[in-house]
Structures are given as structure tokens and as C-alpha cells.
Design a binder for this molecule. Structure first.
Ligand SMILES: Cc1cc2nc3c(=O)[nH]c(=O)nc-3n(C[C@H](O)[C@H](O)[C@H](O)COP(=O)(O)OP(=O)(O)OC[C@H]3O[C@@H](n4cnc5c(N)ncnc54)[C@H](O)[C@@H]3O)c2cc1C
Length: 478
């Protein structure tokens, strides 16, 4: 609890910088932003601050540093690990970037865009598309996720296979550091060897080392057309062989390669209206492959897909395939993939794990770890789906049908997650492939993280944020 006179003097100082628009103290207006997207974490804040620009934000951070006030940055609040939700003490300021939403420049020749932290991903897509360009990162939360959040979680999505995660797409960063200084690193340099790279420290830092105010992002030419393939196959091992075949033959024409077990497709068809199976027969596993063309001299993706799938069929890699005949059908195939999370939720309680292992090992991991989990926790059912081409799947462990839903996930759920994470670490993998650590995985990272790495992370945090005001309790506990 904050004592009233201290609180009012803090609010007066904030108000002098932000005015009425930028300082929100009415609990009813703040409430919707105090719960995370999955509804797992509920926090409290003494106020929400929404600065209009980086200079206002820097002043706010200076005041917070002087008063030792915690700041929790929040963009679209679409994160999956409770990173943007304050703790329940009510001591923190929730810092919303919603008003910092200007696209400052789109440079068609340099092929980049400078976007402020609060720009929503979908808005950015539309703005650069109007100039014949494309920002090649997309994900299910694109209508809410912001540039600041995407940078700070080093987000991935469905085009990582070709274009990489945010880390590969951020060319420059502007940020307010925990002492309130403004780091101006938006200029893009292809070569720059002046020591530690602050940009890369801030990418994926989840707001624990500062607040990203803007970023320079790489653009690529807009797509001319695409073809989406839905193929049925025998096992994740066959999917891995198909991936290798397509990497050899299609190279950069392939932008996405997603794996879907039959269980997930069944649940989507059951719970999501307007969906239908692309193939008539039954298959234990499926893959979705996207082939694209952004160069007029390249072959048409639909023709390429047909030729490649005919070869894959001949080699026994796939059992059957459907190739999108229109943009609407391509969208329908993607909808099946994008609806899995929603359908799994509708089906019942499950423990979700966003994990990666080396790409070459993922198919075997899915089979072996799945069998171990189901043997160890009777009645559970594993559904691993997602970015096989990146060695990253969402490893869901569904509760037995007879499970006491009120106890799940607390009782068996935690033990299941620890078991899965142990298997991941044994396989040399990561317990967070793309969603970050936040508050959800903080203790698991502390339990399983390489000690030398954890010590270095802690030292960096202490050095840059000695007062511990930047998103405390997230990523690492001090
Ligand atoms: C339906 C759905 C599908 C998704 N699919 C994917 C996917 O495929 N791949 C993927 O990677 N993610 C996915 N996500 C997760 C989410 O969209 C990403 O984590 C996204 O990057 C979060 O952006 P945000 O603006 O909502 O950030 P928030 O949720 O608001 O914040 C996320 C973290 O970043 C910090 N933060 C936010 N803004 C700033 C800033 N300006 N400076 C410093 N720190 C900041 C917060 O404190 C928090 O720790 C999905 C989410 C949804 C809802």
C-alpha cells in the first residue's frame, strides 16, 4: 500500500508531465488492463500512464527512478506469459504505449520503416502494403500486438522459417533506459562494432531493461501471390523428411511449414464454425506449407506446389495433399491452423508449453516426449503442433476427460510442466521458444537455466536497473 501523501505527490508530478489525457487514475478505466490475455494473472496499479512521445516517457521514468516506483510497460496486452501484468501490491505504474502510435517514416529505397512502440502490427502491415512493401512477421494476435511488445518479446510467428524472429528484423531501436535517459539508436548501420549491442539486449528483454519507444524495422517486397498446401502424412518423421525435401527444392519460396496432429484438426472442426477438412481421407498427421512469390521472374507458387507435391507423393513422404485454388481457400487452410489454440481451449483444460529443440531433433522429440508424458500421467493426451520448420511446437498436454477441472492445472498441471521442461532441457532445448518468460516461467527459468547464463543475466539487470524499477518480478527474480 502506498501512503496517501506520497501517492498524491507522485501523481501531481506525473500529471504535470502528462496532463489529463496521459494519466489515468480511475480504477474502472484501468481494470481491463490489469488481467493478462489468457486471464491467468490479475494485478493492481496505482495509475496508468500513457505518454504521448518518447520525451514525456523519459520524464516519467526519471520520476519513477527518483521515487523508486515500479513501471510495468504494456503494449497490446496480448502476451502469453503474464509479462505485462503488474503484481497485486498496487505499487506499480502501468505504462501504456497506446498513444505512441505514429509511423514516422517508410523508406522504400532503404526498405525500412520507423514505427513507434504503440503501433499495432496489423496497422503496420496495412501502411507498408500501401507502398508495395511487406513487414514479414505475422501472428494470431496481430490486431492487438504492438511493435514495442513484439520487440520486447522477440516475437516469432509463422514466417520465421524464411525471415527470422523480430531479432532478425529490427535494424534500430530508440528506448528509454531505467535512469530516464533516451537511447537514440534508430539509424541503421549494416556494420557496427562498437562493443556490446544495446539493441540486442533490449530485444527480448520483456521491459526489464528499459522501454522501447520506437524501432526501425526491415521491409521486403510485397507478395505477388502464394499457394498454401495442406498435406496428410504418417508421422512427424515424415513431416521432417518433407521439410528437408522442400528446403532443398523450394528454398526461399517456402515461408511457412506447420505441423498439425489429427487431434487438433478434429477439435478445430468440432469447435470452430465454418471450418472443413481439406482432405477427404483420414491421416494421423498434417502439415501446412506456404509457398510464395515476391519476384515477378519466379515460378507461380501454385504450379510449383503441384510439381513438388507430386514428387513428395512419389517418394512416399506424404499420403495426400490439397493445394489452395484461391486466396479464400489459402485463408481457409490457415484458419484451421490459427484456430487450434481456441479449439483446444474449448475442448477442455490443458497445460501449454511453448518449446524448442534443435530443428533436426523436433520430430523425434514430439514422438518420444509425447509417449513419456502420456505414460507418466495416465489419461493425458499430448498434442504438439506448430512451427516444425523452426524446431518450435506448442506442446499441449490435455487433461484426462475425468479430471477434476477445478484442481487442474494446480495439482497435476505443475508437475506435468516440470516433467515436460525437464525433457526439453535434456534435449538441449528452450522452455520458451517465442512467448518469453514473464511471470509464468520465471521460476522454471531459475530452476533450469544454465547457471553461468543466469548469473550474467542477473548482473546485466542489476547494472542497468540498479533500483529494480523496470517490470519487477518478470524474467528474473532479484
Ligand atoms: C491469438 C494470439 C496468437 C499469438 N501468436 C504468437 C506467435 O505465433 N508468436 C509469438 O511470438 N507470439 C504470439 N502471440 C503472443 C503475443 O502476441 C506476442 O508476445 C506479442 O509480441 C505481444 O505484444 P503486445 O504489444 O501485446 O505486448 P504486451 O503483451 O503488452 O507485452 C509483452 C511484454 O513486452 C513488454 N513490453 C510491451 N511493450 C513494451 C515496450 N514498448 N518496451 C518494453 N517492454 C514492452 C511487456 O512489459 C511484457 O513483458 C500470440 C498472441 C495471441 C493473442
Amino acid at each position: 500500500m502506498i501512503e496517501a501523501p506520497i501517492r498524491s505527490s507522485l501523481l501531481e508530478r506525473l500529471s504535470a508531465v502528462l496532463g489529463d489525457k496521459g494519466l489515468i487514475t480511475d480504477a474502472r478505466d484501468i481494470a481491463p488492463w490489469l488481467t493478462d490475455w489468457r486471464g491467468r494473472y490479475h494485478g493492481a496499479a496505482q495509475a496508468m500512464v500513457a505518454p504521448a512521445n518518447a520525451h514525456e516517457l523519459a520524464q516519467i521514468v526519471r520520476i519513477a527512478a527518483q521515487t523508486g516506483t515500479a513501471i510495468v510497460p504494456q503494449g497490446g496486452n496480448s502476451g502469453m506469459v503474464g509479462g505485462a501484468t503488474p503484481d497485486q501490491s498496487g505499487a506499480a505504474l502501468l505504462l501504456s504505449t497506446r498513444r505512441m502510435n505514429v509511423i514516422r517514416a517508410i523508406d522504400g529505397q532503404a526498405r525500412n520503416v520507423i514505427a513507434e512502440a504503440g503501433v499495432v502490427l496489423q496497422t503496420l502491415h496495412e501502411a507498408v502494403a500501401a507502398k508495395g512493401l511487406r513487414f514479414p512477421l505475422t501472428l494470431g494476435g496481430k490486431g492487438s500486438a504492438t511493435i514495442g511488445g513484439l520487440v520486447s518479446t522477440n516475437a516469432g510467428g509463422t514466417q520465421v522459417l524464411r525471415h527470422g524472429t523480430m531479432r532478425a528484423l529490427v535494424e534500430g531501436i530508440e528506448a528509454v533506459l531505467p535512469d530516464g535517459s533516451l537511447y537514440q539508436g534508430l539509424v541503421t548501420l549494416k556494420k557496427d562494432n562498437r562493443g556490446y549491442d544495446l539493441k540486442h539486449l533490449l530485444i527480448g528483454a520483456e521491459g526489464t531493461l528499459g522501454i522501447v519507444t520506437a524501432a526501425t524495422l526491415k521491409l521486403v517486397p510485397a507478395l505477388i501471390d502464394r499457394a498454401v498446401v495442406w498435406a496428410g502424412l504418417e508421422s512427424p518423421l515424415a513431416a521432417r523428411q518433407l521439410l528437408l525435401f522442400l528446403e532443398d527444392c523450394a528454398g526461399h519460396e517456402m515461408e511457412g511449414f506447420e505441423i498439425v496432429p489429427q487431434r487438433c484438426l478434429t477439435n478445430v472442426l468440432r469447435h470452430v464454425p465454418g471450418t472443413r477438412a481439406p482432405l477427404s481421407g483420414a491421416h494421423r498427421w498434417h502439415v501446412l506449407v506456404e509457398l510464395v512469390r515476391d519476384n515477378p521472374s519466379a515460378a507461380q507458387p501454385a504450379e510449383r506446389a503441384e510439381a513438388l507435391m507430386a514428387q513428395a507423393l512419389e517418394r512416399g513422404l506424404i499420403e495426400d495433399a490439397a493445394i489452395s485454388a484461391s486466396e479464400a481457400q489459402a485463408g481457409a487452410f490457415w484458419k484451421l491452423r490459427d484456430s487450434i489454440s481456441e479449439a483446444e481451449r474449448a475442448e477442455g483444460p490443458a497445460m501449454q508449453h511453448d518449446i524448442s529443440v534443435p530443428v533436426a531433433d523436433m520430430a523425434r522429440f514430439i514422438i518420444e516426449a509425447g509417449a513419456k508424458v502420456e505414460a507418466r500421467f495416465a489419461g493425458t493426451e499430448v498434442a504438439a503442433y506448430g512451427h516444425l520448420g523452426d524446431g518450435n511446437v506448442h506442446f499441449h498436454v490435455a487433461a484426462p476427460k475425468s479430471a477434476d477441472v477445478s484442481a487442474w492445472p494446480a495439482t497435476p498441471g505443475k508437475a506435468i510442466s516440470a516433467f515436460v521442461h525437464d525433457l526439453v532441457v535434456e534435449a538441449g532445448g528452450s522452455i520458451s521458444a517465442e512467448h518469453g518468460i514473464g511471470q509464468m516461467k520465471r521460476d522454471e527459468l531459475a530452476r533450469l537455466g544454465d547457471p553461468a547464463r543466469m548469473a550474467a543475466l542477473t548482473a546485466i539487470k542489476r547494472a542497468l536497473d540498479p533500483k529494480g524499477i523496470m517490470n519487477p518480478g518478470k524474467l528474473i527474480a532479484l
